[in-house]
Design a protein around this ligand. Structure first.
Ligand SMILES: [Zn+2]
Length: 83
């Protein structure tokens, strides 16, 4: 009977320590957004290739903002192959 009580105390202490350690090793860093979400992808209006927005060239037009993958495609304008 004494042994059983000892086991109960031991398991209880182990569970208590695991809970404390679990809380300590899990800070609020998980709430940070992933790296990919901070870099939105845009589509080249000429060739349709996707690239990070900070690498793309933007052009304001009457239909809105358009993105291009390169200076050449920006000069050539939106592609004719519409889907
Ligand atoms: Zn392009």
């Amino acid at each position: 009977m004494v042994r059983l009580l000892l086991w109960v105390v031991l398991i209880g202490a182990a569970v208590y320590f695991f809970k404390r350690m679990g809380k300590r090793s899990a800070p609020d860093r998980k709430t940070e957004p992933p790296e990919i979400a901070a870099e939105p992808m845009v589509r080249c209006a000429h060739c349709g290739v996707h690239l990070p927005r900070d690498r793309a060239l933007s052009l304001e037009s009457n239909v809105g903002k358009q993105w291009y993958c390169s200076q050449t495609h920006m000069e050539q304008g939106p592609g004719s192959r519409d889907r």
